[in-house]
Design a protein around this ligand. Sequence first.
Ligand code: MEV
Length: 325
Amino acid sequence: PSSLTAPVTASHAGLGSAHGKAILIGEHAVVYGAPAIVLPLLDLQAAASVREAKTATITSDLYTGPISQAPAMMAPIIRAGQAAAERVDLRPDRLEVIVRSTIPYERGLGSSAAVSAAIVRAVANAGGVRLSPAETHALVQEAEQIAHGTSSGLDGHAVQSLTPLRFQAGKPTTVKVAERMTFVIADTGTSGSTSSAVNGVRMLRTVLPEAVERMTRDLTEVVEDSADALAVGDAPRLGRNMNAAHRHLARIGVSSPALDALVAVALEAGAYGAKLTGSGLGGCVLALAPSLEVAGDLAAAMTSVGATRVWTTSLVPTTPTTHTA
Ligand code: MEV
């Protein structure tokens, strides 16, 4: 029994993980105050292991070596690790970090936020500290500000949530889902830099403020109507809203010929709706399938016009909570 009551001591080694995400609707507009709805992609995972060492090193698919010589594109996740180390009183210059991720890099599927969250959780675990989701989010956000230019904070919540979220003005809330909805995600095989896309929209806003204001206003309506469509299980209406969202995003310049081609072929193959997902310029398309069978057709059609990878994901109905007096 004495061992059961022994104090918990930090092992100075820890593990952490987080998952990918796909924005159903509202990307970019969410940076300017509109709501957005995001889906968890639980099959795409980032995992990190951390332990104290003589010097700071990182091992990853993109780079392996001293943290001091890591390429600039790793600056966000390194910042997340340092911020977490400071928070849990570990020395950031004495941490060996190993990261593995099945979330494709720069495809709008939450890779940067998930890798940062995995590292933050591993560092906290190594320091013997249990961080709340909000505290983890705050540390991930330090990295996201570097990765996105201006980050709405959406991704840092999405990669930690097992259920879909509605997000607005920094606050995540739950989304009601009445019927199962099946989506196909297809990768153009080209990367989309979030910071370039977000900065592009910010520049457009300085020269043509009304274009970005209109997009934010229109997408607010589209997102609200989509939340309602999910709550009543109206997949055709959700699909029409996804099509409208893609048109709004294309108008502000964040689509690409490859994204437009995948959207067009998905609609021809029977999707209720299809749109780019994430920051755009490259990355992925999200299509809503009327059934699991049609999901296979959509995947095949998008692969035939160049999609390099496809994934299927489903939203399952939320169970109504029963309250007792
Ligand atoms: C990136 O996943 C989503 C954007 O809306 C940027 C952000 O919300 O920070 C493009």
